[in-house]
Design a binder for this molecule. Structure first.
Ligand code: ATP
Ligand code: MG
Length: 359
């Protein structure tokens, strides 16, 4: 337990500042005063346009030494570094690799009151654990393009990388209530082991690690079948563990089933610090219009409190997380407090003001 936890806040681009401000306000109202200290740091495409630097060294240092990092969203389409990489990506990728944030945790939960395109699918409440440090995306920028004729990227899986993400998934399953359908604790390995050697390796390491967790059911689902199951029987799942690119794809699919990108929080975590944001990008099409759904980032800040509590055993953090989650549930049940993307009409400010009043 610490007296005060320092939260590095990076607002970013597009709707980033709108949703980050909302989350900070809710944290300030929901957590006992003095528990959290917020420090803003600039980074992102907008900062790059102003200064030529998308992630200043001082911002990195502030993030690295904080207890957690809370982020809005980064990126403006077309704003790129001289080498062609997107300016908005610099921030997330630097944190991910320098701090070795190997696990990307993406809860998919359908809250009461939020319309699902699946109609009435029953209770959806599972977590996608996306490997965040290798897989196909580890090749980013290092692929080969030969004479504009042939392009090659390489999918890399290491034993160390697969073991640690699979173990992370099983440990997570131990802290949860199991599948909403049958209450069984279950980790599902999502792969393409029937076609590619890398995924067969992922599965083999998964099976080895699964033996250490006899109390938790272990199963395999091929990624193509997974896209069907996440639509047809989403209540079956508890924890899903998968390679980087597959995790990217199925977590957007999962988000769509529970109200869309505005309802999906994301945590990137390693052995130390965690980095929290909504799964969505900077949504430049709706920036500055008051249409941004702040719930995803607020849900991410609840994940942040729970992670800090797990590390530091501090009841102020747990109490804050419980209070904010109760306010979010109540807000989502009220048709007047839903943003346009989840079937309502409320502007961002109105949602945030109501949550603050409740807290
Ligand atoms: P990235 O490459 O960073 O993942 P993206 O191109 O996938 O970004 P997003 O910014 O995630 O795109 O969003 C896609 C669309 O979804 C947006 O253009 C916007 O219309 C909608 N959207 C995303 N986030 C929200 C939100 N919080 N509230 C309302 N609508 C959103
Ligand atoms: Mg996206």
């Amino acid at each position: 337990m610490k007296d005060t936890y320092t939260i590095a806040v990076v607002h970013g681009d597009g709707i980033g500042p709108e949703v980050a401000r909302a989350a900070v306000a809710v944290l300030q109202a929901g957590v006992q005063a003095g528990t959290l200290r917020f420090v803003d740091y600039p980074a992102g495409a907008d900062h790059f346009l102003k200064t030529g630097d998308s992630f200043p060294a001082a911002s990195f240092e502030g993030c690295r030494t904080a207890d957690a990092i809370l982020h809005g969203a980064a990126g403006i389409p077309g704003v790129v570094h001289p080498d062609g990489t997107e300016a908005g990506l610099d921030f997330t990728l630097t944190l991910r690799f320098k701090l070795d944030l190997f696990a990307n945790v993406r809860p998919i939960k359908l809250y009461k009151g939020v319309p699902s395109p699946l109609g009435r699918p029953g209770p959806i409440d599972y977590v996608i654990v996306r490997e965040n440090s290798e897989g196909l995306y580890a090749a980013r920028g290092a692929g080969a393009l030969l004479r504009e004729e042939v392009a090659v990227d390489t999918l890399v899986q290491t034993r160390k990388g697969v073991e640690r993400i699979v173990r992370f998934a099983f440990e997570l399953a131990r802290t949860r209530n199991g599948s909403p359908k049958d209450g069984r604790r279950r980790v599902t390995c999502c792969d393409k082991a029937n076609v590619l050697r890398t995924y067969a390796f992922f599965r083999a390491v998964f099976d080895e690690v699964a033996k250490e967790y006899p109390d938790i059911e272990a199963e395999h689902v091929l990624v193509d079948a997974m896209t069907v199951h996440l639509v047809n029987k989403p209540t079956h799942f508890d924890v899903i563990v998968t390679e980087n690119m597959f995790g990217d794809i199925i977590s957007d699919l999962g988000a769509a089933t529970v109200g869309g990108m505005g309802m999906a929080p994301s945590e990137e975590v390693g052995d130390g610090i965690g980095f929290f944001q909504a799964s969505h990008g900077s949504a430049p099409d709706i920036a500055g219009k008051g249409l941004a759904n702040p719930y995803g980032t607020i849900l991410a800040s609840i994940l942040m409190l729970r992670r800090l509590d797990q590390r530091h055993r501090d009841s102020r953090l747990k109490l804050g997380a419980d209070r904010i989650e109760a306010a979010v549930c109540a807000g989502l049940e009220d048709p007047a407090l839903r943003t346009r993307d989840i079937g309502g009409v409320a502007p961002t400010n109105q949602v945030v003001d109501a949550l603050l009043k409740r807290l």
